[in-house]
Design a protein around this ligand. Structure first.
Ligand code: ZN
Length: 182
């Protein structure tokens, strides 16, 4: 298994929709292993393939509440209710901002063998599924914020860059780590 560098904001691959998975083969299993390894190393609770530069419609997740797995060709339906919680992204490392999401979703897709997966999720898991599915369509959570929200994320990003440039720590992110989405 290999930790793959995560692409960050400004990399065009994050803005391109991923291709449907058609081959459920050893290469896909290796990719899933690498995605898990990279997600845990970051650390984060989800990671989409295009975040490591591969335009392949799949992602891995682990909400640390006993829900973890791999989904290819995800499709969301039955979005219901609303939740507003801090959201971040491994491709926009550091900042968090309250982001509105559906509270409950149904996610359908395929597992590593190509079998159908059909999952009903709520809360954090529903948020992860929405975040990762957005990635595979070329979306980012900041697209869902208003102008002020986006400006706040960019401001946090600049402050963190300045901190790092001056040799300071990144203590601001530590308390939020377990919420880091991918
Ligand atoms: Zn993300």
């Amino acid at each position: 298994m290999t930790v793959i560098p995560i692409r960050t904001l400004g990399d065009p691959v994050l803005r391109q929709p991923a291709r449907e998975v058609t081959d459920f083969d050893d290469a896909l299993r290796r990719l899933a292993d690498d995605l898990f390894e990279t997600m845990y190393d970051a650390p984060g609770v989800g990671l989409a393939a295009n975040q490591v530069g591969l335009q392949i419609a799949c992602f891995v997740y682990d909400d640390h509440e006993e829900h973890k797995g791999f989904v290819a060709n995800p499709v969301l339906s039955e979005l219901d209710g609303e939740q507003l919680e801090d959201e971040g992204c491994l491709s926009i490392p550091g900042p968090y901002h309250p982001t509105a999401r559906a509270l409950r979703v149904r996610l359908r897709g395929r597992d590593l063998e190509g079998n159908e997966r059909d999952i009903r999720a709520e809360g954090l898991l529903a948020r992860i599924f929405q975040h990762e599915t957005d990635h595979l369509l070329g979306g980012l959570y900041i697209d869902r914020l208003d102008d002020e929200g986006r400006r706040d994320v960019m401001r946090q990003l600049r402050e963190l860059e300045l901190e790092r440039a001056s040799g300071g720590g990144t203590s601001r992110t530590v308390g939020h780590r377990e919420r880091a989405l991918e």
